[in-house]
Design a binder for this molecule. Structure first.
Ligand SMILES: *Cc1c(COP(=O)(O)O)cnc(C)c1O
Length: 473
């Protein structure tokens, strides 16, 4: 056990959900983070010229990948093929995908951009899975030509796959995504297994299950079955139930086919992350053990496994650090105006109740800030009143030139830019200890320049609306 870092505000939400507390590894991660923030300040990575950055703990990412592999190795029958396909949308950065690939993971992609990114990272095609509810014919054709695994979302998409493989046989493992409709969690927008979810074939709808079984019996090349029922806010037993129902469907298909037609279950990702404290929980080990208890047949060696974790692999290893540009007071409330707001923490700013972030305070030298706590707001740089990273937080009083860190932002935050006010995408830097006992940084993505913002905003088409053809001069 260890003490929470000074200035780290924990509101206790969801504390001790499954009895797992912060352990030694979590304490080491906190210490690494504090060292990295200080080094980033000392090395000028963050400062007046670059007032907001994303920092990525490379050792932490490797640890999470290793924990994921070990958790499933401990529960599957020896020799079971297991592919852990990282859900690229969680942190769409080429070097991150390559790091995970080196750790033995693959990639789950859901758009042409994510596929291109996985290929740029060097993820082999046989470790790549394409999901998405809106694949175009061109996307499907490319994936089938490459031999990438594809999960069809719905009957119309399956008909497109039919037509494509009639024209050109494909090496792609193919499956159908189902929605076991086991119910949602505490965050409606992230609940994939509700009765009316847009994803997959809704299994409990009238006739749907029979349609799926027949679809497989008529297509001997459908060998996988896919469901992704979890996400932030979904309790583990509900996730396990979604996997159990998918497994039961695979068993039914195979029984009716009289052979092991479905040979691989893709159980999706969705392990929730603890945003309330430093503790890494639930752990992959706890989830894997719960799955084996709930669905023992899935682990007896008859099925290969694909997983698609995103948030749980990266969240705890990313930190958004921002400079306090001004410290002011309004209506008796202290307000720190920083450079981290809606452009990096979009969900938190728009839906603060569902996505609260821990905030750590650092002084102008990058050391954890000490001193009596004061209830204050941490604001972002955008020009709307609601651009607040945190409201009413008890933190040591933030002053001009201090730094704030938004913790647990390695997934769905620092790489998910929102272009409000044409704010620049921040640079992202990986950090690792160097041989001299310091911290070294590597550029994962450079900060966006004003020139790049102009180019992305149609700079090449400045005359488009004022040309003679449009009645202009
Ligand atoms: C988003 C997504 C994932 C990853 O979910 P996490 O909550 O980040 O683990 C996996 N599979 C599919 C199909 C997804 O859409």
């Amino acid at each position: 056990m260890f003490a929470e870092g000074m200035g780290v505000d924990t509101d206790g939400a969801g504390e001790a959900m499954d009895g797992e507390r912060a352990d030694e590894g979590d304490g080491e991660r906190l210490a690494r983070r504090d060292r990295a923030v200080r080094a980033a300040v000392e090395q000028g990575l963050i400062g007046p010229g670059e007032p907001v950055v994303g920092l990525l703990d490379v050792a932490g990412v490797r640890e999470s990948a290793a924990a994921l592999r070990a958790a499933f190795e401990a529960v599957v029958a020896p020799g079971t093929p297991v592919l852990h396909a990282f859900a690229v949308k969680a942190t769409p950065l080429v070097a991150v995908v390559r790091l995970l690939c080196e750790e033995g993971l693959g990639a789950e992609v859901a758009s042409p951009g994510e596929l291109a990114l996985a290929r740029a990272a060097g993820v082999p095609v046989d470790r790549t899975v394409l999901d998405s509810p809106a694949k175009t014919p061109a996307e499907l054709r490319e994936a089938l030509a490459l031999g990438i695994a594809v999960n069809a979302d719905n009957p119309q998409e399956l008909a497109r796959v039919d037509a494509l493989i009639r024209r050109a046989p494909s090496a792609s493992p193919l499956g159908v995504r189902v929605n076991p409709q086991v119910g949602g969690g505490s965050i409606e927008a992230l609940s994939t297994a509700t009765a009316t979810s847009k994803f997959g074939v809704a299994l409990r709808d009238e006739g749907a299950r029979e349609w799926v079984v027949r679809a497989y019996l008529e297509r001997p090349w459908l060998t996988r079955l896919h469901a992704h029922t979890g996400s932030q806010g979904i309790p583990l037993p509900l996730m396990a139930q979604g996997v159990a129902e998918t497994y039961a469907l695979a068993e039914e298909i195979n029984a009716r086919a009289g052979r092991r037609q479905v040979d691989t279950l893709d159980i999706g990702g969705g392990l929730p992350v603890n945003f309330a404290s430093e503790a890494t929980r639930p752990s992959y080990g706890a989830y894997a053990r719960l799955l084996r208890e709930t669905v023992p047949g899935l682990f007896d060696g008859r099925y290969g496994l694909v997983t698609e974790f995103g948030r749980s692999l990266l969240a705890k290893h990313g930190t958004v650090v921002a400079r306090v540009e001004y410290a002011k007071s309004a209506g008796g409330r202290a307000v720190a105006v920083t450079h981290a707001g809606v452009q990096v923490a979009t969900r938190t700013v728009y839906v603060p109740g569902a996505w609260p972030l821990r905030i750590a305070a650092y002084d102008a030298t990058g050391r954890p800030k000490r001193g009596p706590v004061v209830v204050q707001d941490v604001a972002g740089p955008a020009c709307f009143a609601g651009d607040l990273l945190a409201t009413g937080r008890a933190l040591p009083l933030l002053e001009q030139g201090d730094f704030v860190a938004a913790l647990d932002t390695g997934a769905y935050y620092f790489a998910h830019h929102y272009t409000y006010n044409s704010l620049a995408r921040p640079g992202v830097y990986g950090f690792a200890p160097d041989r001299a006992g310091g911290v070294s940084f590597a550029v994962v993505r450079r900060a966006q320049s004003p020139e790049e913002i102009v180019a992305e905003s149609g700079g090449a088409h400045a005359d488009a609306l004022t040309s003679a053809a449009f009645g202009g001069g």
